[in-house]
Design a protein around this ligand. Structure first.
Ligand code: BGC
Length: 445
């Protein structure tokens, strides 16, 4: 991971890790004041938020409205998707009785974007099952601005951010030791604060702070060291973005259930563990990740929840206890691998920042956090969120366990994974505050 991070920072196309510039060189520090809005367009969910902040890291009020994105919009046209988003904001503002006020708007767009500035950037490609071809290459902030104008709203995007960046912003708002953020939800990704002089591919990049948040797009990480199985290859073949997002396909919520389904399907074909009633196992994506989690977390002595999921969702009635145990084992292995790979990725970032306790790699600057022999490791906070991480305690346990295993207990104690709630959206509103023209709150990171 560290080698690929260096390669991605050295040149565009130097690695499958894109290491994208975000132009975010100042993070909220708690002095922001006012009312800000944001839109969070991610994988399965879509949110509109209103955040009222007061000095001293106080969120006075926050309102979050969730809406599922209709499946057909993820495969339709750019205009339809952005009209849907703009109309949702419009009706939200109408209910707030706030539609005439010019407000700063944060736009969280959780897909790989090549940014030209903090408020503009073009879509590199879709992930997580979205496939609207005509959006690729377009400035997505402009697409939203156009849609906002079409529905008569006097609001424009002030900050266009990835969900990892929003999460980092909220994490940093509460705790200045927050240096990175990770999402483990439908997709997976991470961002962190890099020194501008280490971003070799952008010579002469100057920021007031000497730092910039880099969106790694680690979902696309690949290495011959990754333990790729036959099931990973079959899964990849089923997706619209073949040969891409390899790391994501081993870790995130969109895929874990399907990996387990592929394993169970092969077991059904090569043995009689499921009897004759296993036809449904040949349906791609029939076992969703929430069901995989429910199976793994069933701690009843007779595995009654496993029986229910098999019966109701996979149409496999009467699987004996022994078979149910086997199913739990498969779900466990898939979960454990995902958690351990994510933990390894986090250690990669810590290593790059010189905060993994080895004192090596990036310890050329004092701010990088490397420690001299005998010193206490420096406190490091990683903001983390995402439906899979937040909703699946077993995955969290495995991830924590792996962090301790790799870092050792002493260094692991200095690393806090801090869960933020709706950070991707609230953080975007805070970044809109930081980057709005009337704001004097910019504080270097
Ligand atoms: C996207 C990232 C995003 C991540 C988590 C990935 O599929 O490429 O931009 O941060 O999902 O939502």
């Amino acid at each position: 991971m560290v080698v690929e991070m260096h390669a991605g920072l050295a040149s565009d196309g130097g690695s499958k890790l894109k290491m994208l510039l975000t132009f975010v060189d100042a993070l909220p520090n708690g002095n922001e004041e006012g009312i800000y809005y944001s839109i969070d367009l991610g994988g399965t969910n879509f949110r509109v938020l209103r955040v009222e902040v007061g000095a001293g890291s106080v969120i006075i009020n926050q309102k979050v409205e969730h809406q599922p994105i209709p499946e057909e919009l993820t495969k339709g046209t750019t205009e339809d998707l952005f009209n849907f988003v703009a109309l949702a904001l419009k009706s939200f503002l109408e209910r707030e009785d706030d539609q005439d006020v010019k407000r700063a708007l944060g736009f969280t767009f959780s897909f790989p974007v090549r940014q030209n500035s903090v408020s503009s950037g073009s879509l590199i490609r879709w992930t997580k099952g979205f496939s609207i071809e005509d959006t690729v290459g377009k400035d997505v902030a402009q697409c939203l601005n156009d849609a906002l104008a079409r529905c008569g709203l006097n609001v424009r995007v002030t900050a266009l951010v990835n969900d990892t960046v929003g999460t980092l912003a909220l994490g940093h708002y509460y705790d200045e030791d927050t240096v990175a953020a990770v999402i483990i939800g439908s997709g997976t990704n991470a961002c962190y604060i890099e020194r501008t002089d280490a971003i070799i591919k952008c010579q002469g990049l100057l920021t007031n702070s000497g730092g910039m948040v880099v969106n790694m797009e680690w979902g696309n990480f690949w290495s011959s060291h990754l333990p790729r199985t036959l099931y990973d290859i079959s899964l990849d073949d089923e997706t619209q973005n073949r040969n891409d997002q390899g790391f994501e396909k081993m870790i995130s919520g969109m895929y874990l259930g399907e990996i387990a389904r592929l394993v169970l399907h092969r077991m059904a074909q090569e043995s009689d563990v499921f009897g004759d009633a296993a036809d449904s196992l040949s349906n791609p994506f029939i076992l969703s990740t929430p069901f995989l989690a429910a199976i793994r977390e069933d701690d009843s002595p007779d595995l009654s929840e496993v029986r229910r999921v098999l019966q109701e969702h996979l149409k496999i009635p009467d699987a004996p206890l022994k078979t149910r145990r086997l199913v739990v084992k498969v779900c466990d292995i898939v979960t454990r691998r995902a958690a351990r790979l994510a933990a390894a990725g986090i250690v990669g970032i810590l290593k790059k920042l010189g905060r993994d306790g080895s004192g090596g790699v990036a310890s050329t600057s004092s701010s990088s956090g490397g420690r001299a022999r005998g010193q206490q490791p420096r406190r490091t906070v990683v903001a983390i969120e995402g439906g899979l991480y937040q909703g699946y305690p077993v995955l969290r346990e495995y991830l924590d366990e792996a962090l301790v295993e790799i870092l050792g207990e002493e260094v692991a104690r200095s690393v806090t994974l801090r869960v933020t709630e709706d950070g991707s959206g609230i953080g975007a509103a805070l970044l809109a505050a930081v980057h709005s023209s009337n704001s004097q709150q910019q504080v270097p990171i």
